[in-house]
Structures are given as structure tokens and as C-alpha cells.
Design a protein around this ligand. Structure first.
Ligand code: FES
Length: 295
């Protein structure tokens, strides 16, 4: 029985299905929303994607509602068992904090959802749907707490908690089973010593090319005479940066538009949140040589 659940979930999410007919338009609505806000929308999306944090904000934000809702439900039932009103009041407060933080986490999750694909997107839409149901239960519970109707509030919180648990399980599946938004360069290692990768003469100004540095594929670009080198695998979803385009001293990924600085690999625009691996570069004896910087 224990092994049947993952198998059934693989069947449900593993191939194109009716879920795509829901997931696709929802994703486009979210993408259009950010696009309509122009530069401001880009800044907001960068913030929500966790560009400033170095990993998705959603993962960090979800700790708050999970922690507060879990503590609240324990206190709710303890208050029922002991009759202590103070426990009930703390549970009410925590439920309120949980609702506020869950709404914030949901917005960050939507920003991440706007640039995921395939099976991850199908799991993501069910994860989001369960979260909306859970949040609706908690808002209902909060309203009943406001009228001191605890016999109505606690069952709603209990149902919300069960939905949250199921949703969190799917969130874990997205990350740990499917690798959603995991840094695609996490296990890659470039050479620690300067290593020749191509003749200097083979890279014209304004041009970029791929090369091998040890076991790693890298992107080498020359901009205004200066040579830069980064890992070639986009940290967001694994697309080849060499298929993107140069924008001044940055490279824009063709898949979802992440933009990385050629200077140090930092993320300028998401949805990527992990920086790209970057290299020290020098030209010696007609060769371009690279050495990986600490990552
Ligand atoms: S793979 Fe998504 S932005 Fe590069």
C-alpha cells in the first residue's frame, strides 16, 4: 500500500492530461499579470522569486503558516480538553498570523508557478488548489473565532490543517521528487586551476561560444574586448544559456528570461534565484584560460 501512492501520483501527473487545461490558463493569467506591470512587475516578480535571497522565497515563507497553524491546532484541542481560555486566545492569534502569512506565501508560490513546466506544473496547480481550499477553511475559522463560535471554528481549522498537510506533501514531491526550482548547477564543478578552453582568435568581439572546462560545459563571451565565462546550464530549469542572447555584459536565457551578469554570474532578473557558476578568465599564449571562482 505504501508504495502504491507514489505510483498513482506518477500516473496522475506524469503525462499530459485534463490538468493541463486548468494549469495552462492559470499560468498565463499570472504571467500576463506580471507582464502588464512592466518594470515594476519585473521587480516584484524578482522579489517573489527570491532573486535577492538566493533561493525561492516561497520555500522560506511557507514555514510561517505551517508553524502557526500546527501550533494553533494543538492549542485549540488543549483548550477544549483543559477549558483554559488563554490557550484558545493564543490559538486565535496564531490562526490570524497563519492566514496572513499563508496569503503572502501563496503570492510567492504563484510567481514561481508562472515559469514551471510539464509534470511540475500539473502538481503545482493541484498544490495551489488545495492551498486555496485550506486558506478558505482558515478564513472561515477566523471569522467564527471573531464571534466566539469555537464549535464552528475548530472543525474548520481541522479541515484546513488536513488540506494543508496534503498540499505540503505535494509541495515536497515537487521539490524532492521532481527537482522543481532546484539549482541545476548544484552538483557541477569546474576546474580549480587555470585551464585552456579555446584559442583567443576563435572568439570575436560580441560573440559567445560554448567550451568544455574539465567535465563542465561553459559559456565564453567577449564583450568590448573583455572575455567572460559562466556555466552554460541555466540554474532555473537547465536550458543552455548559449541559446539565449547577450545584453551588454549579461546573458538572457531563452527559456524563461532569466538574466545573469557575465561579470560574476549573479542573477539580475529571475525566475532563476541561484547565481550562475562564474570563472576567472585570462588569455595566455593565444589561449583563453578559465578557473572556477568559489561558488
Ligand atoms: S531555464 Fe528558465 S530562465 Fe533559464
Amino acid at each position: 500500500m505504501a508504495t502504491q501512492v507514489p505510483v498513482e501520483l506518477d500516473r496522475l501527473f506524469g503525462q499530459p492530461s485534463w490538468l493541463d487545461r486548468v494549469a495552462d490558463p492559470v499560468q498565463r493569467v499570472v504571467q500576463d499579470f506580471f507582464a502588464r506591470q512592466g518594470r515594476f512587475g519585473l521587480e516584484i516578480r524578482n522579489f517573489l522569486n527570491g532573486v535577492w535571497l538566493g533561493h525561492p522565497l516561497h520555500a522560506a515563507m511557507t514555514d510561517v503558516p505551517v508553524g502557526t497553524f500546527t501550533t494553533a491546532i494543538v492549542l485549540d484541542y488543549l483548550s477544549l480538553l483543559t477549558g483554559r481560555r488563554r490557550l484558545a486566545r493564543v490559538a486565535d492569534l496564531l490562526t490570524g498570523i497563519g492566514v496572513g502569512s499563508a496569503a503572502t506565501a501563496a503570492v510567492a508560490g504563484l510567481a514561481d508557478y508562472s515559469n514551471i513546466e510539464d509534470e511540475q506544473r500539473r502538481v503545482g496547480i493541484v498544490h495551489a488548489f488545495l492551498n486555496v481550499l485550506a486558506l478558505t477553511c482558515y478564513v472561515g475559522s477566523l471569522l467564527r473565532r471573531g464571534t466566539r463560535d469555537r464549535s464552528g471554528a475548530i472543525p474548520l481549522s481541522t479541515l484546513g490543517f488536513a488540506l494543508l498537510f496534503a498540499s505540503a506533501d505535494l509541495g515536497g514531491r515537487m521539490v524532492y521528487h521532481l527537482g522543481t526550482l532546484v539549482n541545476r548547477q548544484a552538483w557541477t564543478q569546474g576546474p580549480a586551476e587555470f585551464t585552456p578552453v579555446m584559442p583567443s582568435a576563435s572568439l570575436a568581439d560580441g560573440q559567445m561560444r560554448t567550451a568544455r572546462a574539465g567535465t563542465m560545459e561553459i559559456l565564453v563571451a567577449r564583450v568590448r574586448g573583455q572575455v567572460y565565462a559562466l556555466g552554460n546550464t541555466c540554474t532555473h530549469w537547465g536550458c543552455a544559456l548559449s541559446e539565449g542572447h547577450l545584453e551588454d555584459t549579461s546573458i538572457v536565457c531563452h527559456c524563461h528570461g532569466s538574466r545573469f551578469s557575465l561579470t560574476d554570474g549573479s542573477v539580475i532578473n529571475g525566475p532563476a534565484s541561484s547565481p550562475e557558476i562564474s570563472f576567472d578568465v585570462r588569455e595566455r599564449n593565444g589561449q583563453i584560460e578559465v578557473r572556477q571562482r568559489p561558488y
